[in-house]
Every structure is written in structure tokens, then in C-alpha cells.
Design a protein around this ligand. Structure first.
Ligand SMILES: [Zn+2]
Length: 92
């Protein structure tokens, strides 16, 4: 799932104003960062090929365009996803 650029920019601006996301790189302090409009899922590795019952987390990913340092922001904690329906909350 992903946001459009027009949907993501105001959401990011609000999260920066609220102090929930850092608009600079924690590694090199560059402000040349990029937020991927897609939400990524990381799933617990259980050693099985397919395990639909394993725990999963969803993240907004920020990558520094200067040094490549990447940060993961929990999309549920930021309120970007409805925890009941799993849909993106595009008007946060
Ligand atoms: Zn950096």
C-alpha cells in the first residue's frame, strides 16, 4: 500500500510539526532525506516457508540521500494505518 505524493507531504509536515519524525538524518545530520510513499511490512522469521500467523509490523521508511542511513517508523504508532481495517489513514 502506498500514499500519493499529495497525500504524504501534508502528513509528513504534520508529523514533523508534532515532533514525531525527525526531518534530518541521525547519522550525518543531512536534511537530504526521502520518505518512501509505500508502507512496508516486516514479518517475524519463524523458520517456516510461509507462516501467516507470525507477528508482523508495518513501517514508514526514511532514507538519507547523503549517507544511506535508513530509519523505520512504526506506521501504527504514527496513526497512518487503521488498526481494525488495515487501510491507510490518508487524512491524518
Ligand atoms: Zn545521512
Amino acid at each position: 500500500m502506498e500514499f500519493t505524493k499529495d497525500e504524504l507531504l501534508p502528513i509528513l509536515n504534520n508529523l514533523i510539526i508534532e515532533g514525531k519524525i525527525n526531518p534530518k538524518c541521525k547519522n550525518c545530520n543531512s536534511d537530504d532525506i526521502k520518505f518512501d510513499p509505500k508502507i512496508f511490512r516486516i514479518q517475524e522469521y519463524t523458520g517456516k516457508t510461509i507462516d501467516l500467523l507470525s507477528s508482523q509490523r508495518v513501517f514508514l521508511i526514511k532514507t538519507c540521500q547523503n549517507c544511506g542511513y535508513t530509519e523505520f517508523y512504526d506506521a501504527l504508532v504514527l496513526g497512518l494505518i487503521d488498526p481494525v481495517t488495515g487501510e491507510l489513514k490518508k487524512n491524518k
